[in-house]
Design a protein. Sequence first.
Length: 107
Amino acid sequence: MNTAGTIDRPLTHDPKKQAPMKPSTDELTGSAPEDFTNSGANASRQNRNREMQLIQEALARAHMHERQDEAERERRAVRLATARRMQRRAERASLRARRAIAIAVMQ
C-alpha cells in the first residue's frame, strides 16, 4: 500500500523528508491582493518571538552572573578562613619557638 500522504496525515512529520510544496500553475506568482498579505504580521510575530527569546537569554545571563558572584564570594570566604587558620597556627608555632628559646637560654 504505497499511497502518498495527505496534508492531514503526512507520511512523515519530519519537514526535511516531506516533498517540497510547489505552487500551482493556475495561480499567478504574487497575485495575492495587498489587503491579504500578512508579511507585517509575520515580521512582528517573528520580532516578538526574538524579543521573548532575548528576554529569556537575559534572565539566564543575569542568573548565571549572580551564581558566579555568589561562588566568588564563597571562595573568598573560604580563602579568608584558611588564611586566619594558618595565621593562628603560625602564631602558636612562634610562641612554641619563643618558649623553646627561653628554656634553652635559662639552662
